[in-house]
Design a protein around this ligand. Structure first.
Ligand code: PLP
Length: 238
């Protein structure tokens, strides 16, 4: 059996266990396979195991790989998105996880209107308030959500976070819990066009804790494909 297949089977078992701990089923958790830096051949191995959700963090890499797959694949844009690149992916992705400003949401709305589609988005929250991270600060979230909810052709499906890099995943439990509280709190205000259900949180190092705390979508790269190798960039690419 290939290593990728073994890894996927192991992760699916662990998802099931963690889901049970939070009173849910495996089917309640979406497993997004993070494919950044991974070539399409290895991605096809993952697809052969039945995984259909792929996550990319760069627009160009997503569009480069897009045509190598059929429409059974659901693409997720999980990395920081610049407004001038929205047009390249707006009709290719299932879900944009990384909406971190009203300005970006406005551009998504504009492009979605042009294409006559409805764009599904998550609001990225910098829940641990890390300087190095993108995302809306928790105290600004409700205000941003209210503004974004007014935009045409944009559906706020939920929240996303990239938790701090930690040795012990227990250290992130508090942040995952806060994310769920934010979602429940905003939903309880019954704001027009805001009824969130997706909590995109948990990566290779901490997905079980995230699921225990209510994650509905995990994003896993290293756990599936092993360590990533970033190609050395030439000057032009930088
Ligand atoms: C790379 C990446 C992941 C996956 O990280 P792993 O630790 O390899 O599982 C998840 N989310 C985002 C936003 C990423 O950029």
């Amino acid at each position: 059996m290939s290593l990728i297949k073994e890894n996927i089977e192991e992760i699916n078992k662990r998802i099931e266990k963690a889901a049970l701990k939070s009173g849910r089923k495996k089917e309640d958790i979406t497993f997004v396979v993070v494919t950044k830096t991974v070539d399409t051949e290895r991605m096809k191995e993952a697809a052969c195991c039945g995984e259909v959700n792929f996550g990319e963090n760069k627009v160009q890499e997503l569009t480069n790989k897009y045509d190598s797959f059929g429409n059974e694949i659901k693409w997720h844009l999980i990395g920081h998105l610049q407004t001038n690149k929205v047009k390249y992916i707006i009709d290719k992705v299932e879900l944009i996880h990384s909406v971190d400003s009203v300005k970006l949401a406005e551009e998504i709305s504009k492009r979605a209107v042009q294409k006559e589609i409805s764009a599904k988005v998550l609001l990225e929250v910098n829940v641990a308030k890390e300087e190095s991270k993108f995302g809306i600060k928790p105290e600004k979230l409700e205000e941003a959500a209210k503004e974004i909810a007014l935009l045409p052709n944009v559906e706020i499906k939920g929240l996303m976070t990239v938790a701090p890099f930690v040795e012990n995943p227990e250290e992130n439990r508090i942040y995952f819990r806060q994310m769920r509280e934010l979602l429940v709190d905003i939903n309880s205000k019954k704001i027009d066009n805001i009824d969130m259900e997706v909590l995109s949180m948990g990566m290779t190092g901490d997905y079980e804790v995230a699921i225990e705390e209510g994650s509905t979508l995990i994003r896993i790269g290293t756990g599936v494909f092993g360590e990533r190798f970033y190609p050395i960039k030439t000057k032009e690419e930088n």
